[in-house]
Design a protein around this ligand. Structure first.
Ligand SMILES: Nc1nc2c(ncn2[C@@H]2O[C@H](COP(=O)(O)OP(=O)(O)O)[C@@H](O)[C@H]2O)c(=O)[nH]1
Ligand SMILES: [Mg+2]
Length: 460
């Protein structure tokens, strides 16, 4: 476990490893300015400890009499910095060697190498942001689509914290009322307060369930979904992958068995990161390669969030189609009839009996692809309107804490309904608010911080 020692001044390379135009070495802590003084040589002999906050200065990093790099140095004084400590950022040339030499020079002068996420950890521990905001930082860095970025930025701004805090306040108010009626248990007071308690409790539960309702979409927007395309050979699976990607990724030929192995690609469909897998057609394998390809395709179907079963409009449904329908019965499926540009021989009515959703399109002619994209969005969002203003919870730690709180509030609500004495559920309410506190990091352990920040990059 990392022992947080705020007397340490930490340093790290904050930019990505590899060649770049600029690379940044960042320092944070009580000695940041003094250590920068020791290595920075600026114009007119001015030193970083004399610089005003939020100013940038040209100079050189000199160590052991040797010029290491030509740099621009920025000073951000406590408490108005990322960590609320004195922070110095040294913009170097982005070469790996130059950056490491500058980093070494500040380490030699008393900095300690920062652990992953330690700058953000300090921002949290010094009270600049709460834990859910700290967690948003890594999600911003990892965001795969605009929507994922939007969720994380909202969380960093404190959007989630505000929602959680509203629920916490309601619970605290209920607890105040309960404490009062336990202290003065006259019947009148009890009678009157119960309805108020019950109303407030319902409101807290409603807000909690709204947050949890958005969690599935939140998770998906953050982590994406895995979609697998399957179907008989030659129905146009690879053509559909290409149409969705809007490029020729998979080889398409009129020969059955062209796709020998599964092909995976990442696509952004209306803000949803979709990992899409084109499989070899499920068929009676003729040799070892095909047997393995089919086995792999089945594996993908089992692990996917959603399966697209493709049918050929110009062919009657065959035994292999029905076998596939049977195999995917317990999974989330969208049925797609491809090749609508050809004369139709398929019995669509039969498919509508089995599938909740049937989309008709032509992969080759790129017709109606948007209908499939809409169906995918519908699957993700269900019928819920997800507006950008609505906070979507996307972090598993938050979701599980919210679920625990929900269980406790449900208990409390049924105890209230059963007219059990108020003492029976005050503890549930207290426990529920502890779970909410955990999301914000009002209640945390060093272990938890280690786990959260282990995911971060060094220098953030
Ligand atoms: N007419 C027509 N042909 C298509 C369509 N989609 C695919 N094909 C053709 O069907 C054949 C098999 O396509 P392919 O994508 O390789 O099928 P896969 O074996 O399921 O991957 C190719 O000759 C494609 O050009 C379509 O929408 N209309
Ligand atoms: Mg194919």
């Amino acid at each position: 476990m990392l022992i947080d020692n705020f007397n340490d001044t930490i340093a790290a390379i904050s930019t990505a490893v590899g060649e770049g135009a600029v690379g940044i070495v960042r320092l944070s802590g009580p000695q940041a300015l003094a250590i920068a003084d020791a290595v920075f040589s600026g114009k007119k002999g001015l030193r970083p400890s004399q610089f005003k906050t939020y100013t940038m200065h040209y100079g050189r990093i000199v160590y052991a009499g040797q010029v290491l790099d030509e740099v621009i140095l920025t000073v951000m004084r406590a408490p108005y910095s990322y960590t609320r400590e004195d922070v110095v950022e040294i913009n170097c040339h982005g070469g790996i060697v130059a950056l490491h030499r500058v980093l070494d020079s500040v380490l030699e002068n008393g900095c300690r190498m920062a652990e992953p996420g330690e700058f953000t950890r300090r921002a949290f521990l010094n009270g600049r942001i709460d834990l859910s905001q700290a967690e948003a930082v890594i999600d911003i860095i990892r965001a795969k689509t605009d929507s994922a970025l939007k969720i994380s930025l909202e969380q960093l701004k404190g959007g989630l914290s505000k929602e959680i805090d509203k629920i916490r306040q309601i619970l605290l108010n209920i607890l105040v009322i309960l404490e009062a009626s336990i202290d003065f248990p006259e019947e009148d007071l009890k009678q009157q307060d119960n309805s108020e308690v019950s109303k407030s409790l319902d409101l807290a539960r409603l807000q909690l369930s709204r947050l949890l309702d958005g969690a599935k979409a939140g998770r998906i927007l953050r982590d994406g979904i895995q979609v697998v395309i399957c179907g008989r050979p030659n129905v146009g699976k690879s053509s559909l992958l290409n149409a969705l990607l809007k490029k020729e990724r998979a080889i398409v030929t009129p020969l059955a068995g062209t796709t020998r192995d599964s092909i995976e690609e990442m696509i952004d469909i209306k803000g949803i990161p979709v990992r899409i897998v084109d499989t070899a057609g499920i068929l009676k394998p003729r040799n070892l390669v095909e047997r393995k390809a089919v086995r792999r395709a089945r594996g993908h179907i089992r692990s996917a969030d959603l399966t697209i079963i493709l049918f050929d409009a110009s062919k009657k449904l065959e035994a292999d189609d029905w076998k596939l329908i049977e195999e995917t019965r317990d999974t989330n499926v969208i049925a797609v009839i491809n090749k609508i540009d050809l004369k139709s021989r398929i019995n669509k009515e039969e498919l509508l009996k089995v599938f909740h959703k049937v989309v008709e399109l032509s992969a080759k002619k790129a017709r109606n692809i948007n209908l499939l994209e809409d169906a995918l969005c519908e699957f993700v969002y269900h019928d819920r309107l997800v507006s950008p203003e609505f906070m979507l919870v996307s972090n598993l730690r938050h979701i599980s804490a919210l679920k625990e709180a929900q269980k406790l509030l449900d208990n409390a609500a049924s105890a209230l309904c059963d007219k059990l004495p108020l003492e029976f559920f005050t503890q549930d309410l207290k426990d529920a608010s502890v779970y909410l506190d955990k999301i914000l990091g009002k209640d945390f352990s060093g272990d938890l911080l280690d786990r959260i920040f282990a995911d971060f990059c060094i220098g953030k």
